[in-house]
Design a protein around this ligand. Structure first.
Ligand code: ACM
Ligand code: ZN
Length: 737
């Protein structure tokens, strides 16, 4: 009898173990072995560290966090008793790790052992350990396991533009906290721009007296800056989280705020105002004036004194050459320096600055435009206009940070429907996760020049700290795995499973993030009658509420509890609400029943790299066929650059004036009855064009021509009339003949 009970009990305990043995660590550790049992923190738990200042700091950081959650009063001490405590956490440096940032973490029922070569590794081990903690529970119990972990890349970065919109010191620290949670180690701080100068420079006080402030449309001043004291405080804060801050001082372009303060360093002499809208200005630093270089060197000297980073970002991107072409001093410089043109003048500018920075024992990094006209001898390159700049630089044996717009620009849209206004682009969580920083064009030797990758958060359309967090997360979590984990261990499904816990961690820490939507990112979904529609619910304890009357869902709408059977055309609007009642995304999907009256439209798909819509009559389509709704997802493009033609008939219900909205990335044109109605051609980010036309009742022939150059494309056609509120052209309006 006794034996029987024992067997039953052990069976139960085994089944409990398997249920809880999954851990959700991001980024995925190099080696992870789960073991049976738990370590439970209690009042007798001892935290032992070696006698070392850095370990003391880390020990305090660790016990503070434990005590905060558990109410315990643990202390990290190096006074070891002869007797080994029954519950011990041992944190120690160990020389034999090859990788400076590597660590090992071993959790047994009576012992947690953390080892690393230096503080960074210990810090990362603690981040891993924190991710194992239960949420919202006082008792901290962690799964037994054994981890060896090291990063794949040494540059794991995120950038923040504090110029287009300004963010306070406290938020910059929160941003650093978020990076640290995911073992990111570089914070690229974009401090100067046309729209604002954000760093106090003692020698040139007007930079912040004038340059930090712009007048908005109503004449109100907008702006702000960080004092050197505040910057020191932030640098110190970041250091404790093992994050190096890379300051960016833009030159020769993106510098109007500086020129508004000191116009004598421009080609024309000004006067200028700090820019209050998002364009690229032609006014840049004068490259023919030696005093410009003295000015910049004095600024850089203060910057280099402040920031311990051995790499300084000098911008270098998007420099219009207009003012240099007109400026006698710049033209004289081109002659005396034997330069071919203004591109070589830009290269001269960067080389001269590089020489100065190098003389102080530091290096420069610049955006990939610094390749044009010849790369400065020791410069690092940040590849943003795709990966081509990064490839070229690595082949020239220059170090590279990959940050292509396609995968790393977190100012891009995260979905195509119902997102807050963004600058354009379309970069989903999945797309970020798919990023490979080392291009296949590089051989093994060249690949060593790829230092890592970085997310960029430009803030033209991001005004609040909440919105910064929304754009950063969850995409940063995906990038952290790209830059930390083994390439071969990457697995999207497994990542999407693990990230669930992270949504809860972020909520608990009051960090905003884009909440996953219940339905796919589509405006219209074609289904057959009686289809069962299951909503996506990746966050435990969240609730989904929906409406079928077109209104915005609230927590008083219909609660989703089980899959819906769809028998009729229906518009479903649905929102995911976190346990705290927060929601920030909306699904809005027309489900259209496929029936016999629906006969679709024709499409033709062409491949090629175009800058505008090509003459499609001169090209051979790669494929053609019939689709039932007006959507690129139906056509399934197989290349990044392509063109399509979509044609058929639009069923018009009434004689009326109709307005068409054609939205695309890149170019598109709408023809009705053979006439060009809306022209939205050219290489551009998501952009809308609209025109009106009078139509009579009946089936009207139409054609859309569209092309996409690199990156992800998008295409949408909406219609509106006096009797028809603005809506997507839906499948039931389309006919093949
Ligand atoms: C950039 O996005 N202009 C570097
Ligand atoms: Zn000039």
């Amino acid at each position: 009898m006794k034996l029987k009970i024992f067997i039953v009990l052990s069976l139960i305990s085994i089944s409990i173990l398997t249920a809880q043995e999954k851990v959700s660590i991001i980024p995925q550790p190099t080696k992870l072995e789960l073991q049976k049992g738990y370590f439970v923190f209690n009042s007798n738990t001892k935290v032992w560290i070696d006698p070392n200042k850095e370990l003391e700091q880390l020990g305090k950081y660790f016990t503070d966090l434990i005590n905060q959650q558990s109410g315990l009063k643990l202390n990290a001490t190096w006074k070891m008793t002869r007797e080994i405590p029954k519950s011990l956490i041992r944190i120690e440096f160990k020389k034999d790790f090859k990788n400076e940032e590597a660590y090992s973490l071993q959790i047994k029922p009576n012992l947690i052992k953390i080892q690393a070569k230096g503080g960074a590794g210990i810090f990362y081990a603690l981040q891993t350990l924190f991710q194992l903690f239960p949420l919202n529970e006082k008792q901290i119990k962690v799964q037994c396991l054994k981890i060896y972990d090291e990063p794949r890349f040494q540059w794991r970065g995120a950038h923040l533009d504090v110029c287009r919109h300004f963010f306070p010191v406290e938020f910059v620290k929160k941003y650093i906290d978020i990076l640290a949670m995911y073992k990111m180690n570089r914070f690229h701080w974009h401090l100067t721009e046309d729209q604002g100068w954000r760093i106090e420079i003692k020698k040139y006080p007007k930079l912040t007296e004038i340059g930090a402030w712009r007048k908005d449309e109503n004449g109100n001043l907008y702006g702000g800056f960080y004092t050197q004291e505040q910057i020191k405080d932030i640098i110190d804060y970041a250091k404790k989280k093992y994050i190096t801050i890379i300051p960016e001082i833009e030159m020769p372009g993106h510098s109007l705020a500086a020129l508004a303060s000191y116009p004598q360093f421009s080609c024309t002499g000004g006067p200028f105002e700090v820019l209050n809208h998002w364009t690229i200005t032609k006014d840049v630093y004068c490259a023919g004036n030696d005093s410009t270089f003295i000015f910049l060197q004095n600024i850089l000297s203060e910057v280099m004194d402040l920031f311990p980073s051995d790499i300084i970002h000098i911008g270098g991107d998007e420099v219009p050459k207009d003012s240099w072409k007109e400026c006698p001093k710049c033209q004289a410089r081109i002659k005396t320096e034997n330069l071919k043109d203004e591109h070589e003048l830009q290269s001269y500018f960067i080389r001269r600055i590089e020489k100065f920075v190098n003389s102080k024992g530091k290096k420069i990094i610049g955006w990939d435009e610094i390749l044009e006209g010849g790369l400065a001898p020791n410069a690092l390159v940040m590849s943003w206009r795709g990966i081509a700049g990064g490839i070229a630089a690595a082949k020239q044996k220059h170090f590279v940070v990959m940050s292509p717009g396609t995968h790393c620009y977190f100012d891009h849209y995260q979905a195509l429907q119902n997102e807050p206004k963004a600058i354009g682009g379309y970069t989903t969580l999945e797309k970020v996760y798919s990023f490979e920083p080392v291009p296949s064009e590089l051989n093994e030797e060249e690949a060593k020049y790829i230092l890592g990758a970085q997310a960029n958060v430009w803030t033209e359309y991001i005004e609040t700290t909440d919105h910064v967090e929304y754009m950063l997360l969850p995409r940063l979590i995906a990038l952290s795995e790209v830059v930390w984990s083994d390439k071969n261990s990457r697995n999207l499904d497994d990542f999407l499973y693990r990230i669930k816990k992270h949504y809860e961690i972020l909520s608990t820490k009051n960090i905003n993030f884009r909440i996953p939507t219940p339905l796919p990112d589509e405006n219209e979904i074609l289904i057959s009658k009686g289809t069962k529609v299951t909503f996506n619910k990746p966050i435990d304890n969240s609730n989904i509420f929906y409406t079928i009357d077109g209104t915005e869902p609230t927590i008083n709408s219909i609660k989703y509890t089980e899959p819906l059977i769809i028998d009729d055309n229906i518009l479903i609007k649905a929102k995911t609400f976190l346990p705290n009642g927060k929601s920030n995304t909306l699904s809005s999907v027309h489900f259209t029943i496929i029936d016999s009256t629906m006969n679709g439209i024709n499409y033709k798909y062409y491949e090629g790299v175009f800058d505008s819509i090509p003459d499609l009559t001169k090209l051979n389509p790669i494929k053609e066929g019939k689709i039932y709704k007006l959507s690129l997802s139906e056509i399934k493009p197989t290349k990044e650059s392509y063109a399509v033609s979509i044609s058929g008939y639009l069923n018009i219900e009434n004689d009326d004036e109709y307005k068409f909205y054609l939205t695309s990335d890149d170019g598109s044109k709408l023809f009705i009855d053979g006439k060009l109605i809306t022209n939205n051609d050219g290489v551009h980010k998501i952009k809308e064009a609209s025109n009106s036309v009078y139509l009579t009742k009946g089936k009207i022939p139409f054609e859309i021509q569209y092309f996409n150059k690199w990156s992800s494309g998008s295409l949408k056609l909406e219609i509106e009339s006096s009797q028809l509120p603005r809506k997507n052209v839906s499948a039931d309006m389309l006919f093949i003949n």
